[in-house]
Ligand binder design. Sequence first.
Ligand SMILES: Nc1ncnc2c1ncn2[C@@H]1O[C@H](COP(=O)(O)OP(=O)(O)OP(=O)(O)O)[C@@H](O)[C@H]1O
Ligand SMILES: O=C(CO)[C@H](O)[C@H](O)COP(=O)(O)O
Length: 290
Amino acid sequence: MSKKHPIISVTGSSGAGTSTVKHTFDQIFRREGVKAVSIEGDAFHRFNRADMKAELERRYAAGDATFSHFSYEANELQELERVLREYGDTGRGRTRTYVHDDAEAARTGVAPGNFTEWRDLDPDSHLLFYEGLHGAVVNSEVNIAGLADLKIGVVPVINLEWIQKIHRDRATRGYTTEAVTDVILRRMHAYVHCIVPQFSQTDINFQRVPVVDTSNPFIARWIPTADESVVVIRFRNPRGIDFPYLTSMIHGSWMSRANSIVVPGNKLDLAMQLILTPLIERLVRESKVA
Ligand SMILES: Nc1ncnc2c1ncn2[C@@H]1O[C@H](COP(=O)(O)OP(=O)(O)OP(=O)(O)O)[C@@H](O)[C@H]1O
Ligand SMILES: O=C(CO)[C@H](O)[C@H](O)COP(=O)(O)O
C-alpha cells in the first residue's frame, strides 16, 4: 500500500474481461484528469511462447501436467512485486509487453509470442494501474495484494469466461476451439490454486452472469451480450458504500446481500463509473496530501 504513489490492480483469468474493464478505467482517468501508468500482467510471464512450450513439454515428460500460464512459477512474480514496491516508494518502475498477435507485432516491431525490451514507466504519474492474472496473489513467496491500494476482481461465471476466451482467442489470436479447450483443461489446476484465491483478497468483484443458456460453452456461437446478462458486484467491506444511492441511480439494480448489488449487464459501465470514480478520486487526493 502506498498513499503517495497509489496502485490499482484489476485481476482476472484469461478472457475474463480485464482488458475490457481497463477501457472504463481509462475513461474515468481521462475525465478526472488522472495521469495513470499501466502494467499488463502478461509482461511478467517467465517464458516467451517457444520457451513456454519447451518448459511445458519438459514438465509433462517429468510427470507434471499442472503447469500453465496461471501457475505462479510460470511468471516473474517476485519481479512484479519488486516493480510495484518501487512504484509505491518512488513513483518509478518498468514494464514490457508480451506480444500476442499480428496487430501488436505491427505496433511493437516484435514477433508474436515474444517480449519487447523493458521500458521505464513515465515518472510523472498520479497512480499505477495493473491489469492481469496475478494482481492479488498472496503466497509464501510474494504478497502482491498487500502492495495494491484498490483491488478489483473481474470474474464472469466460468462458462461465460470460457466462451469469452474461446471467441477472443479464435478471433484475434488465431487459435482453434480445440486448442483453446486444451489450454482451458491444462490450466484448471492452477486456476483453482493460483487464480481463484485472489478473489478473496480483492476489494470489489464484478461477476457477469448470463441469463441465456450457456450450458455448452464450447459450441456457443456468440458471447452473451450486455442485454443477456446481469452483473453481481460484491464489496469486501461494504461500510461506506452508499447502496441506496447506487440502487437509485442504476435503473433495474437491487441488493442481493448486505454486501452485494446486482445490476443489468448494460449498466455495468455506469455502475463502474459510479462506484470507482469516488474511490479513484480519494486515492489521488490522499496521494497529493501525502
Ligand atoms: N462485459 C462484457 N460484455 C461482453 N463481452 C465482453 C465483456 N467483457 C469482456 N468481453 C469479451 O470477452 C473477451 C475477452 O475480454 P478481454 O480481452 O477483456 O479479456 P482479458 O481478461 O483481458 O483476457 P487476457 O488476460 O487473456 O488478455 C473479448 O472478446 C471481450 O470483448
Ligand atoms: O492471455 C493469456 C494470459 O493472460 C495468454 O494465454 C498468455 O499470455 C499466452 O499467450 P499466447 O497463447 O498468445 O502465447
